[in-house]
Design a protein around this ligand. Sequence first.
Ligand SMILES: NC(=O)c1ccc[n+]([C@@H]2O[C@H](COP(=O)([O-])OP(=O)(O)OC[C@H]3O[C@@H](n4cnc5c(N)ncnc54)[C@H](O)[C@@H]3O)[C@@H](O)[C@H]2O)c1
Length: 304
Amino acid sequence: MSGILQGKVALVTGAGHGIGRGHALELAKQGAKVVVNDLGGSAKGEGSGRVAEEVCEIIRARGGEAVPDFGDVGDEAQVEAMVQRAIDSFGRLDILVNNAGIVRDKAIWNMGADDFDLVMRVHLRGTWLTCRAAARYWRERAKAEGGKVYGRIINTTSGAGLLGNFGQSNYATAKAATVGLTLTLSVELASIGVTVNAVGPGGLTRLSAGDKALKEADQYAEDEWEPLGPKVSSPLVAWLASEEAGYVSGQVIRAIRDKIYWMHGWTEARTISNGNKPWKAEELGKRFGTEVFGVRAAGLSLGG
Ligand SMILES: NC(=O)c1ccc[n+]([C@@H]2O[C@H](COP(=O)([O-])OP(=O)(O)OC[C@H]3O[C@@H](n4cnc5c(N)ncnc54)[C@H](O)[C@@H]3O)[C@@H](O)[C@H]2O)c1
């Protein structure tokens, strides 16, 4: 297979179903050798299975190279084994795509601490663990090879993490934190040549739509366009992983239907100053009303 990732080695987590399966197939189509990781459990994170092998068979049938990994991204030793699998199977690791995920949606008053912990474990601890394992590997190589390596990390955030969503206080927290992790690692790893970005995908998968999930990514014809299908964001992931995107780091980019959105958040919208004197709580309402929000706070006369 030839393409923009010719000769590169990628690890894609949660690549047995849905969006991650689309990423693994696209990276392989672009010439990468892929470690297809998937624990193989349910969308709520129960059980395990060998679906990663199925995706490898599809990649091999299309002329690519892939090995399965059935590890849990939340398990430290299993994550280290994933990175080692890439090195043992293909001699190196160049690209890490953190995609594995589960949901346990409930309004916060109905959510158990176990629902919070498990979602955080898969999305956040899982992403942090793989990033750490890859970072350690690339740092050692950079030291041995004179400074820089080829390294790409693509993490997965979501609209819930960027904008909030009812019933997802666990998931949104993990996905927002994934952005903080991405921004920090883009700074920490810049000097050794590793870029770190986050994508916000979309699609009707078993995770987002349950029984209304659409077909798996491999079941669409090569150029078939399904705006809510699971492979919509995969070309973006492949590009971010490519040589050409080496100047892109610390960015958050969503790919939903036929649109790509470069996201920018948390810039200073308006600033007020206390003129080097202590703030007074009783005066803040008026300052916010007149100088920040431009509205009159309830019960406040702006007349002074
Ligand atoms: N579907 C959407 O609209 C949407 C929107 C925004 C973000 N996302 C994100 O995209 C990613 C993929 O989700 P999807 O919609 O394709 O769901 P999916 O359930 O089809 O795929 C998720 C995969 O992750 C695997 N997985 C779960 N826990 C794991 C673990 N501990 N270790 C390894 N693998 C594990 C699952 O087995 C599954 O194959 C997730 O991170 C999700 O949060 C999805």
